[in-house]
Design a binder for this molecule. Sequence first.
Ligand code: AMP
Ligand code: MG
Length: 355
Amino acid sequence: MNIKTEIVKINPLAIDLDAIARAGQLLKKGGLVAFPTETVYGLGADATNPQASQKIYQAKGRPSDNPLIVHIANRAALDGIVANIPPQADLLAEKFWPGPLTMIFQKNESIPYETTGGMDTVAVRMPSDPIALALIEASNGYIAAPSANTSGRPSPTRTEHVVQDLDGKIDMIVDGGAVGIGLESTIVDLTEEIPVILRPGYITLEMLQEVLGEVRMDPGLIEADSLQKPKAPGMKYRHYAPKADLKVVEGPLSAVTKEINNRCEILIKQGKQVGIIATEETKAQYEYGTVICIGARDDEDAIARHLYGSLREFDELGVDAIFSESFASAGIGQAVMNRLLKAAGHQVLEVKDVE
Ligand code: AMP
Ligand code: MG
């Protein structure tokens, strides 16, 4: 089925409220609208409408047991969709909403199982992007929105990425330019006695611990080959992956660049095309292939913002293999490495000092 996808450009500093009202109407009628948030672009539908939620799964090719995050525009809206609000939720909302934090609650009957992938819990977030907030207010106040990509592909951080995956499958794309953060929200489950991080993001474990005291990481996140099944259903699927074979090379930088040069030389002699995810510090040292500089090594925010776009660029170029340097795992670096390792299917090459 091919439908006409309208693209509407909106300036976040001077929001065209007529255009937003039209997008809100489409959502109220059960349509699909992609829109920017501060994390990645989302694919929105009315979260209270089971048929509308189902359309998201069809458009993305998303497995039906992978639940959606419900986006709200004010704290009062939370009361309308959850069965109870633990005290930790208000502490976190006070500190991090609007912002890149998703919390999991017991749902009430206003949210259909089509939205939660059959679960009795619901994930809720209040985004800080002004276009996202205006759109939620112009809808019925509850927008179910996973990332606006084809399932399994890197999440979209610009409108052109949404067009690549969803043109002809959704009603409208609200184009608000490039997103600020570039990785999906942190997800914390508040239905457990001790809150659990199900997906790392811009809001780190340490930031949550500062507000709540004890918080833990889902064991399924820590070890690649853990027997623990991740609790966020989405985390068990192949995710964020480029089309090419991606390997992460880890070790002292001089050894990393040498290893990547050696491997690229061999592949290129075999007639393969290669891509390299490099940094300001190393980009000049690569002798083969297409080099994309993702940012300076000490600028984790830039690395986060450019990761998915870099993977998509290599998809467009049609390379056969990609090598990426490894990055520091402090702060948002933890989320960067979580996504990068998943994209690489946990293929890591450990290298030692050259001397
Ligand atoms: P996306 O926005 O595409 O990253 O998808 C939303 C993510 O939130 C998925 O990985 C889901 O697994 C996770 N999620 C949504 N609702 C729940 C829930 N009720 N319990 C656990 N994880 C959830
Ligand atoms: Mg996603």
